[in-house]
Design a protein around this ligand. Structure first.
Ligand SMILES: NC(=O)c1ccc[n+]([C@@H]2O[C@H](COP(=O)([O-])OP(=O)(O)OC[C@H]3O[C@@H](n4cnc5c(N)ncnc54)[C@H](O)[C@@H]3O)[C@@H](O)[C@H]2O)c1
Length: 355
């Protein structure tokens, strides 16, 4: 009799907003394709675990991830809790023998990231941070352009994601003890990961920066479009961050991010500059080095497929076929080192060396 191929056993730790909207729908798609079985949904909030498990074929619910990891022999655990729980849940899952996809940021600090990488190595399991922007079609296109050598020597990059009024109103984003920081660790982590990866992952050597808390505790300025209003009195993170990062070989990066700032609207931009050409995301394109501004190629038609979908499918395939993950944990560790250095620089008012 032909051997029946085992479907990968998948569990989710944290079934809040991102799991509900951008992870579980794609795991269910893979379940419908017969590649995985979602067998465990864990959340400390009963309603959230019950609602998400009910949408799956056979998932059991758990209030405690340690109990869930004891109960089932998981192949994949997807960690979608708030930042404080990332390292704890990831290390427990790796020690239980699962491969782990963990939401961004990798963790709260460099020390936690290093412990996660050590646990993955010891367990011989895959670990990947859910940097979904790398999986977007536009990122794939830009990476191709960089790989073709069309930029020449890449020397600098500028990136920003400024929200006029976009403080997340759900979850624990505004609480320092649960998330560590505001837009720097929330959306800055995306922009820096994409930018550094497109630049060819140079090694960061120093960072200086400043974080500000100007609006977070002003309820009159809160934009209620962003979910249920948080409690401004509890707001303990920054709402704006700016930074200058130095890398090996004289490469540099400027970055600014905000959840609230007096800009005209939301601004998302990135430019990576080389001596032969540059690339940008808004407009998405390649910009050549001739004297006119006509040597440009844009691919705006690419703005479609959800990067989260491709990310979840990629991780599943890596486990199925024992492939290397696209977002290497060591790269995510480097981004965390930059974040730690920016917060330290802001507190000490000086540039911080990154080791
Ligand atoms: N990649 C992206 O685009 C993106 C977007 C939003 C959020 N995120 C990341 O996803 C994570 C979650 O964000 P969210 O918006 O889903 O927040 P959320 O608050 O909606 O969801 C987090 C869930 O984790 C649960 N939880 C907390 N501690 C737990 C524990 N010990 N065991 C089990 N469950 C626990 C909470 O009850 C909650 O339901 C954050 O780290 C955030 O940075 C990523």
């Amino acid at each position: 009799m032909a051997k029946v191929k085992k479907k990968l056993q998948v569990g989710i730790i944290g079934s809040g907003a991102i799991a509900r909207d951008q992870h579980l729908p794609y795991w269910r798609e893979l379940e419908a394709e017969g590649r995985v079985e979602i067998v465990g949904v864990c959340d400390i909030v009963k309603e959230r675990r019950d609602v998400e498990a009910a949408k799956c074929v056979q998932a059991k619910t758990y209030a405690n991830y340690k109990k869930m990891l004891e109960a089932v022999d998981f192949d994949i655990i997807d960690v979608c809790t708030q930042n404080r729980v990332h390292a704890l849940a990831t290390i427990a899952a790796l020690q239980a023998g699962a491969h782990v996809l963990v939401e961004k940021p990798m963790a709260m600090n460099t020390r936690e990231c290093e412990a996660m990488i050590a646990a993955a190595k010891k367990a011989k399991r895959k670990l990947m941070v859910a940097q979904h922007m790398r999986f977007e079609p536009r990122a794939e296109k830009l990476k191709e352009v960089v790989a073709s050598g069309a930029l020449g020597k890449i020397y600098t990059a500028e990136t920003k994601w400024l929200r006029r009024r976009g403080i997340p109103g759900w979850g624990k984003f505004h609480l320092k003890k649960e998330s560590l920081g505001g837009p720097l660790i929330d959306i800055g982590v995306h922009m820096m990961d994409l930018c550094v990866w497109l630049m060819g992952s140079p090694k960061p050597v120093a960072a200086s920066g400043k974080v500000y808390r100007m609006f977070g505790d002003r309820p009159d300025l809160f934009n209620a479009d962003w979910g249920v209003p948080y409690k401004p009195k509890e707001f303990t993170v920054e709402d704006y961050a700016t930074a200058f990062v130095r890398f090996e070989n004289d490469i540099t990066m400027q970055m600014s991010v905000s959840w609230a700032a007096n800009t005209h609207d939301e601004i998302e931009d990135m430019h990576i500059l080389g001596d032969k050409g540059g690339i940008g995301i808004n407009p998405l394109g390649y910009f050549g080095a001739d004297a006119t501004s006509l040597n440009r190629t844009t691919w705006d038609y690419l703005h479609t497929e959800d990067g989260h979908r491709r990310e979840v499918r990629h991780f599943c395939e890596c486990v199925e076929k024992n492939l290397l993950v696209m977002v290497k944990p060591e790269e995510s560790l480097r981004i965390q080192k930059i974040i730690d250095a920016i917060y330290a620089s802001s507190a000490k008012n000086k540039e911080i060396v990154i080791k």
